[in-house]
Design a protein around this ligand. Sequence first.
Ligand SMILES: *[C@@H]1O[C@H](CO)[C@@H](O)[C@H](O)[C@H]1NC(C)=O
Ligand SMILES: *[C@@H]1O[C@H](CO)[C@@H](O)[C@H](O)[C@H]1NC(C)=O
Length: 154
Amino acid sequence: MSRGAAVVPVLLCLLAAAYGVFVSNLNAACLRCLCFAITGCNVTHGCTKGYCGPFYISRVYWADAGKPVFPEDDPERTGAYQDCAKEYNCASTIVTNYMARFGRDCNRDGITNCDDYAMIHYNGGYSCETSLDNTNFSAKYDVCRPGALAGESE
Ligand SMILES: *[C@@H]1O[C@H](CO)[C@@H](O)[C@H](O)[C@H]1NC(C)=O
Ligand SMILES: *[C@@H]1O[C@H](CO)[C@@H](O)[C@H](O)[C@H]1NC(C)=O
């Protein structure tokens, strides 16, 4: 193997980190599955008990994700968090940025994939290791898990 071959993946990781958009194995099917597991992907859910939108995103989660908002919006504007969290694509950006920050092999199976993102989404990024067994979230995640794990990149 040439030295160049080893440099390319490192460059890709640096680029991904710079733009904050690519998270390994967090594909559209995984995002959709997290959404389904947490609220049935109810896009009319709004905000209840401090959680907003189809991904059920709290203000703290949003802040930890870097406060993404709609283009031209201001994170300091009252309602900016709610508006982004309530809309599927903007909320997907919140989740993606959150996973870019906290993504790791929570279940220690040797790969960071949608199973881990599910644990992070449900448990939070600071203590993702708690098993999801016997939760309604887990039961629903299992329904869409096969699609969510298809197309893993590593
Ligand atoms: C979606 O959420 C709204 C508001 O909470 C609720 O009225 C509606 O029944 C939910 N839809 C589904 C399919 O759960
Ligand atoms: C799962 O959902 C059912 C029906 O909504 C509810 O009665 C039950 O308490 C939930 N279980 C857990 C572990 O959240």
